[in-house]
Design a protein around this ligand. Sequence first.
Ligand code: SF4
Length: 709
Amino acid sequence: AEWIAACARDLAAHRGRSIVLAGDEQSPVVHALAHALNQALGNVGKTVNYVEPVEEFAVDQIEDLRALVRDIDAGLVEMLVIVGGNPVYNAPADLRFDIDRLSKVALRIHLSLYEDETSELCQWHIPETHYLESWGDARAFDGTATIIQPLIAPLYNGKSVHEFLAAFTDRPERSSYDIVRDHWRTQNIGGAGSDFEANWRRAVHNGVVPNTARASKTVALNANFAANIPPTTPLSGNALEIVFRPDPTIYDGRFANNGWLQELPKPLTKLTWDNALLISPATAHRLGIGVASDEEQKNRNDYTLKGKEGYTEVVEVRYKGRAVRAPAWIMPGQPDDVVTLHLGYGRWRAGRVAEQVASPATPEEQSANFQNAYAIRTSDAFWADGGVEVVKTGATYKLASTQIHFNMEDREIVREGTLEEYKQDPTLRPHRDEQKQPPDPAGENRQPLEGETLYDGFDYSENESRSSRGYKWGMVIDLSTCVGCSACVVACQSENNIPVVGKEQVARSRHMHWLRIDAYFKGLKENPEGVYFMPIPCMHCENAPCEPVCPVHATVHSAEGLNDMVYNRCIGTRYCSNNCPYKVRRFNFLLYQDWNTPSLKMLRNPEVSIRSRGVMEKCTYCVQRIEAAKIESEKEGRKVRDGEILTACQAVCPTEAIVFGDLNDWNSRVAQRAREPRTYGLLADLNTRPRTTYLASVRNPNPELESRA
Ligand code: SF4
C-alpha cells in the first residue's frame, strides 16, 4: 500500500511525462487499467501513441484453439495442417494434443524446423527452412514492414512457410523469393507509378519498406469500464499463487536443443541446463523447503545449496488436479506466497542436446512431468493463478548454478549510488565520507596512486622500430545500463568458438565462457533493495598478475596493451588462472570441442583458432577484429577510426553498456568514458591497473520509497 501511494503521488506530479506499462503476460483487465491510468494522467498523445493492430487478422488465439479441439472431438476435422509450433508439447493442459485426440484426425501434417513431439504424432513432417535460409517479410511493433533476406541456401532442402502454404493453392510452384517479391509488387511500395525494381532493391538494402507504419488511432475509454471489472478472489488458506514465465534462455522450449542457450547462466538464478521452481526465502521456510542446519548456513551463507554442487529439494506443484515436479530454488526478491515456474523444460523429443545432455536424471522423474510447466498450465490461467499447493517429495536433485563460481569476496566490487549521492560526489566511491579524510599511506585499503608500481611502465606511443602504431586498447562497461540479459556472453561464445561443456562440467566450475555476468543483490535476501549486474571479461591488466607466473611465456603483454594468450605455448600449468584475481581464465580440462559433426564446422568463426584439451584461454578483446581493422586502415594509410572496431559483446549489447576503443585517442568514446568521474577499476587496490574499467551504477529511486528501504 505504501508503494502504491508513493507511486501514485509520483505519477500525479509528472502528468503527461510519465507512462504506465502493463507486462505482456498481464490479463486484459490489467492492460485496460494501464490504458485508463495513461488517459487519466494525460499521457495519451505525449508518451503513449495508439496504432492499428499489427496482426493482419487479430483473433483470440486461445478461443480459436478451443474451437479446433471441439471440432476434432466432434470428428469434423479430416486433415490438420500444423504450421510451425509444437502443440503436442506446449498446448494448454486442458486442451491437450495427445495421441488420443490427434488420432481422431485422419491426416496430420507438420511443418517445423525440427522433428519434435508434434512431428512424432503426424504422418507427415515437412522440414522447414530457418528464417536465415529463406526470403520472408515481417512487421515491427508499429507496423513497419521489413524484407528478410536469407544468409545461406537451405542446408537440408527445407521449405519456407510461404512455399508450404503456396503448395495448397492452384498456382504453379514458386520460390519464397518470388512469393515475397510478388506480394510487395502489388503494394505500390514507392507510390503509384514508381519504378518497382528500384523501390524493391532500396527496401531490401535499407531493411525497411517505407511508409508502412500503421496509422495513429484515437481511442477513448469506455465510460462504464470500471463497473465491468470482475472482482478478484483473494487466495485462501495456505494456497500459493503460481506465475508462468518464458525461460530467460530457452524461451518457450523452442531453443531447448541449443547448447549455447542451455549453458548460458540465467540472469538471476545463474542456473544452467535446468528449470527450478522459484520460491521466496520466507515461503520456503514456512514450507520447510531447503532449510539447512544453522552450521551449514553459517558456512555457506546460502541455504539454497545443500552441497558444493547444489543439491536442492524436489517439490511437487499441485494445481487443479494436475501435478509437476521440479527442484525448488530459493530466490531473493521473489514475492512471498508466489512461486514462479519457467516454460520450456521437460521435453521428450527435442534433439541430442535437450534429451541426452539436459535430460532429467531418472525415468521416475520423467514420468512425473519433471520441470515441465506446460503439464499444469491451462487455457484459463495462462500466466498466473492462485490455488497452488507445493509439497516436498523427499527427493533431491543436483542443479548447476554458476552463482558461487569465481567468487571475488570481501572487496569493493559493485560501485553504486543514487542520483542525489552522485550529485554530492560523482565518483560514488564507497565510504565516501571516510575518503574525504587525508589518505593514510599505511592504510590497508589505500588505493594505489596512478603510476605507483614496481614495474617499468609500457610505452604505447607510435614507434616505427617497434612496429607500434600507438594504439592503447581499452573497454569501459556502464553498470547503470547493463540489464544482465547475457546477449554479450553468447555473442562472445559464437565469435570465439567457445565450446559447450555440459551440465556435469558446469557443476565443477569448468564452463568456458570468456565473459560472465555476475549478479549482486543489495540488502537482505528476504527483501533485497536491488540487483546489480556486472559483466566480467579479462581486464587486460597493465600489471597483469597472470603474466609473470607463466613458465613458458604463453601469456604476454602486447605492444597495444592486450594481455595475449599464445595457445601453442601453453602447457597447462594453470598458474595464470590461479594468479588472476578476477578469475576470468578458462581451462580445457577435456576435449570439449566437437571436431566431427559437419554442420558444426560451418558454425565456427574461421578467424579464431579452436582450442584443444590442456590449453588455457580467455577474452582477447576480439583481437581478430582488431587485426582486421588495422590491416584495412594500413592499406588506406590511416589509423583505425573510433567505432571501427566493435567487440562481439559490444556489438550485441542492447543498451550499449560496453564501449571499446583506443584510450590513446583523446576523443574516442572509450577515452571519454574512462575520464568520467564515476569510472573505477575493479579490485584496483591490488594495483593490477585493469584496462577494462566500469562506470558506477547510478539509480534514481523515488525518494519516498528509498527512505522506507
Ligand atoms: Fe591476466 Fe586476469 Fe588481468 Fe586478464 S584479468 S590480464 S587474465 S590477471
